[in-house]
Design a protein. Structure first.
Length: 197
């Protein structure tokens, strides 16, 4: 369900992003066609959602921190269909809004860490339960993604891999850990590969 603003803006975003960063993309065939799904992956920089918009043809309704819905960024994030999240609490309203969107056939984008992993003590921060919860409640598949590398102009050093869609069972705690483990394992593999090259 693309709105007019998104259809106008996305080709511009895509063109500029590919020109400036030249991302390497693998696993794009794992993105479902003509159905709703949840995109969930690690968070490295504020540019991550922009890269996803540039790559994925479907309109992605991101869960975004509520501070972006103030000031000059407010009309942009609202027009793009983002869903505000209060990261200081367990924001049930944000979860309900995402569930409603999925039930209407929309695509949700979420970073289960809740913020950018700046400490780097582990490949990812602990995942919040929202991604698997909304997928389970709506019987929607999660498409995990893994972002590695750095955003460097004209350098083609940023990489994103889309993993196989997964169905979520009723054991949300286990599913949340399985999702994080899958992404962590892929991050560790890519890190080992880059160090050996």
């Amino acid at each position: 369900m693309n709105n007019m603003f998104y259809r106008i803006v996305r080709p511009i975003v895509k063109g500029l992003f590919f020109l400036l960063f030249r991302p390497k993309i693998t696993g794009k065939e794992n993105i479902p066609s003509n159905e709703n799904y949840v995109l969930a992956g690690n968070h490295t920089k504020w540019l991550d959602p922009i890269m996803l918009v540039a790559i994925v043809k479907d309109q992605i309704h991101f869960l975004a921190k509520d501070s972006l819905f103030k000031g000059i960024t407010k009309p942009i994030v609202k027009a793009l269909g983002a869903i505000p999240v209060n990261r200081k609490i367990h924001d049930h309203q944000a979860l309900e809004s995402a569930i409603i969107a999925l039930n209407k056939g929309m695509v949700i984008g979420i970073f289960p860490e809740g913020t950018i992993n700046r400490e780097k003590k582990e490949p990812t921060l602990p995942f919040k339960i929202g991604a698997v919860k909304m997928a389970q409640v709506t019987n929607t598949k999660i498409v995990p993604f893994v972002i590695t590398g750095k955003y460097k102009l004209f350098a083609s050093t940023i990489t994103i891999e889309f993993l196989k869609p997964r169905t979520i069972s009723d054991n949300l705690g286990l599913e949340n850990e399985k999702l994080r483990d899958e992404i962590n394992k892929k991050l560790e593999e890519k890190n080992e590969c880059s160090q050996s090259n």
